[in-house]
Design a binder for this molecule. Structure first.
Ligand code: ZN
Length: 264
């Protein structure tokens, strides 16, 4: 009976963490439970050498966004700096993926306690200082809802203006936690020249294996000051502690393959 109670409490804690009311324990990732432990298509990974390559024509946009600037609303949870992309239900196209229509949902960041490691994915064994995830949803061929998440890594260097907007917006209070004009294409340019894709999962509990990952190879830069601000920022609505680190360890490939797309 006691064992069952403990299991129930453990599951309850994981559910809360996934909804962002409680902080995820990144130092105890082996206790995340469920699919996070038993799944075989988990994320992030050290993106492997591609098993196939696809050439994309010079005119094909990496991501066809319906407008240049978006309104963003701060939705920080206990674990990350996060913004909804507005208006709600905005659709974009992925031209190189059979013109897949994806619904833009949210953008959030991962960082670490040093500039040497803050990205979730590794690219060719290399870690980066931070990683942005643009989460979109799509309807798969079997009718189920899946996610296409666009990852962009940052190395330490010059400050990034988009990250600056995210930091500043998250510091404000209530209705002011908005960004009036956010150029998503500055993070995900139409003319990106190399990206890799693989099938994986959410990198936070419940770690559901429903994500088509897209990783842009070329890093952007983020400044050490910005990284420091992220590590010190009170999360939630300013009522949750800061997180010095919110990246998950890399997961086994288990035979998964990646596809490399390149332009020209
Ligand atoms: Zn993420």
């Amino acid at each position: 009976m006691m064992g069952r109670m403990i299991l129930f409490l453990a599951l309850f804690a994981v559910t809360l963490a996934s909804e962002g009311h409680e902080q995820i324990n990144y130092d105890e990732q082996n206790h995340w439970g469920d699919i996070c432990i038993t799944g075989e298509h988990q994320s992030p990974i050290d993106v492997p050498l591609p098993s196939s390559k696809v050439k994309v024509s010079a005119e094909t946009p990496f991501l066809q966004l319906p407008m240049k600037n978006f309104k963003m609303t701060n939705l920080n949870n206990a674990n990350t700096v996060k913004y909804s992309v507005n208006p709600d239900q905005t659709v974009a196209q992925v031209p190189w993926m059979e013109n897949r229509e994806v619904t833009l949902m949210q953008l959030h960041l991962h960082w670490g306690d040093s500039a040497a490691r803050g990205s979730e994915h590794l690219i060719g064994g290399k870690a980066f200082a931070a990683e942005a995830h643009l989460v979109t949803s799509y309807t798969d061929s079997d009718g189920s809802t899946k996610y296409m998440v666009f990852a962009r890594v940052f190395k330490a260097g010059k400050a990034n203006a988009l990250v600056e907007l995210m930091i500043e917006g998250a510091k404000k209070e209530n209705e002011d936690r908005k960004i009036d004009s956010f150029d998503l294409s500055a993070l995900y340019p139409a003319n990106s020249d190399i990206w890799k894709t693989y099938m994986g999962g959410l990198t936070t509990p419940p770690c559901s294996e429903v994500v088509h990952w897209v990783i842009v190879r070329k890093p952007l830069t983020i400044s050490k000051r910005q990284l420091k601000q992220l590590r010190k920022m009170s999360l939630g609505h300013g009522d949750m502690p800061a997180m010095t680190r919110n990246w998950r360890e890399i997961q086994p490939l288990n035979g998964r393959e990646s596809t490399k797309y390149h332009r020209g």
